[in-house]
Unconditional design. Structure first.
Length: 550
């Protein structure tokens, strides 16, 4: 990473001057001046067609953005990550999610050891276990086959598994039931198991640290739930497995390490869905489909590592995100998958993007030079069109959008897919080109109504088109965003792989729990607001219910 602050990089300075020149240029003009723009500003590689022509950029913008990447040392940084260097400097760790999907013969060395054989050993153990559960060979304590899989985890130990399960549902074993418990709100657990037979239920306790308050609380509740029904401690061995890096805590909880699937400190929680954290995904779709997903990830890794920046999908997307964030003051990015199976993809990306790049100090501990980490959010289309698109089209804020669509549906049903995809293309077109005053008037609109019906357009978007949502396609898509986030982080000179910002709240919660539970009035030494809220909660929590639940 360069020592020069971002704002002093020659290309960044030039980009600022260039922005002033083109900030008001309309996409209508850019398309009119270059009839081939929509075919030129595209990249087609590794099964992804990225159309980035509807962005507020010129060839000069692209040239300068790529120079920013070069002057930031992006290439050296990519190589450092793939070489297993400890680029997560605040935790002194390598960042090697790319090793999780490296082919068997590859060599990636961390602390003098090739980690690829270990990765494949865990994959083989997962495959064997997944096959036994899927075939019914793995029996529960009473001899019944396992039919229900409950993943207990939170953050990266939940969002990846649940997103992948939903995304690949069409490929999943439909005779198995999958549930995901993450929230420490007891409702999450209660509703997840409400209709499950304990004799047929397996819990996967997924936690990198095996100390996370929410997960451990849910794990203990799961154990109590099971033992209350099966009444024999030895049942744990057949109904609980663990996914973790912490063998000591797993043993302490009572799970035999023979039933533990490991991973390593060089896998960040939000980058772990393709590690053993994906065990529930593998049971759902089978080892072959899981490995096909890993192959998709790997294809994108290789694309990112070897493709020149001008045609590098994650690099281009990362640079565009920086462009809007820092020069147009765009505060958010909307993720709009037109694929129902990707309904949890925006939620998954929220952790990936915001836990990674929500940082205000650089790797050297000084304040960042510009705004970092945009807010990622979104919903599948077309539902979002009938909720928040109004603001994207006519609101006062600029919201760059990523549209994601597939040429083939997994559920061919009459005209549905053509109608769905027509909406992708129509929304991107409407955002970019809008509707002029002349066009609105030509429709016979009364003068007073014209401003209300006007679409100014010039609202940027990317369109990502793939052939079909397969396991490999999902791997490519996730890796595309992982490396997009990495690119942004390198430009901003931040550590995208730590998450110190989540610690304080965890510590304070641990301090407050006994103050809520104790029978005696606690001595409260918080601020006056927190003290008053705790007192009121203690008073209300034991009050009789007006409307008791059954
Ligand atoms: O609170 C943030 C976090 O540390 C995430 O980074 C992580 O994915 C999540 O908690 C869960 O952590 P674990 O897998 O250790 O339970």
């Amino acid at each position: 990473m360069t020592d020069t602050p971002l704002r002093n990089l020659p290309a960044w300075v030039a980009l600022g001057a260039h922005h002033k020149k083109i900030e008001n240029t309309h996409l209508r003009q850019l398309f009119a001046e270059d009839p081939k723009r929509g075919e030129r500003l595209v990249v087609e590689d590794v099964g992804i067609y990225l159309d980035y022509s509807k962005n507020r950029i010129t060839d000069e913008t692209l040239k300068l953005l790529i120079q920013v990447a070069e002057q930031s040392g992006l290439k050296a940084h990519i190589d450092a990550m793939f070489a297993g260097e400890k680029i997560n400097i605040s935790e002194n760790r390598a960042v090697l999610h790319v090793a999780l999907r490296a082919p068997k013969g590859a060599t990636i060395v961390v602390d003098g050891q090739n980690v690829v054989p270990e990765v494949h050993a865990v994959l083989n153990k997962m495959s064997d276990f997944a096959n036994r559960v899927r075939s019914g060979a793995w029996k529960g304590h009473t001899g019944k086959r396992i039919r229900n899989i409950v993943n207990v985890g939170i953050g990266g130990s939940d969002l990846g598994p649940v997103m992948a399960y939903e995304a690949l549902r069409q490929y999943s074993a439909r005779d198995l039931v999958f549930r995901f418990v993450s929230n420490v709100d007891g409702t999450d657990f209660a509703e997840a198991v409400i209709d499950l037979d304990a004799e047929e239920t397996m819990f996967i306790i997924s936690s990198k640290t095996f100390t996370t308050l929410e997960t451990m609380t849910n794990a203990h509740t799961a154990r109590d739930w099971l033992l209350a029904r099966l009444r024999d401690d030895s049942a744990i061995a057949k109904h609980f497995v663990a996914v973790s890096t912490n063998a000591k805590e797993v043993t302490k909880f009572g799970i035999d390490t023979a039933n533990m699937f490991g991973f390593w400190d060089w896998v960040g929680g939000r980058y772990s869905m393709d590690s053993a954290i994906g065990l529930s995904s593998m049971i759902a779709v089978g080892p072959d489909n899981f490995r096909a997903m890993l192959a998709g990830f790997h294809e994108m890794d290789e694309h990112f590592r070897t493709t020149p920046f001008e045609r590098n999908l994650p690099v281009l997307m990362g640079l565009l995100a920086v462009w809007y964030n820092d020069f147009f003051d765009a505060q958010t990015v909307a993720i709009l998958p037109y694929e129902q199976y990707l309904k949890r993809f925006p939620a998954y990306l929220q952790q990936l993007t915001m836990e990674s790049n929500g940082k205000h100090v650089k790797v050297d501990g000084t304040q960042v030079d510009t705004d970092t980490g945009p807010i990622y959010w979104g919903e599948p289309g077309t539902n979002g069109q009938h909720s928040f698109y109004q603001l994207i089209h006519q609101g006062t804020r600029l919201i760059p959008c990523d549209f994601i669509g597939f040429a083939q549906t997994l559920n061919p049903l009459g005209r549905h897919h053509d109608i769905l995809m027509a909406n992708v293309f129509a929304q991107a077109e409407a955002l970019a080109f809008g509707k002029t005053e002349a066009e609105v008037k030509a429709e016979g609109t009364a003068d007073w109504l014209v401003p209300h019906r006007l679409f100014e357009g010039n609202r940027p978007s990317n369109t990502i088109l793939m052939d079909r949502l397969t396991p490999a396609a999902l791997g490519k898509l996730v890796a595309l965003y992982e490396h997009n986030v990495f690119t942004q982080g390198v430009i901003w000179q931040i550590d995208s792989f730590d998450q110190w910002g989540v610690e304080l709240g965890k510590v304070l919660a641990q301090r407050i729990v006994p103050q809520l539970e104790g029978a005696d009035e606690p001595k409260l030494e918080h601020d006056s607001s927190t003290n008053a809220l705790i007192r009121l909660y203690r008073k209300l929590k034991g009050a009789p219910l007006e409307c008791p639940v059954s």
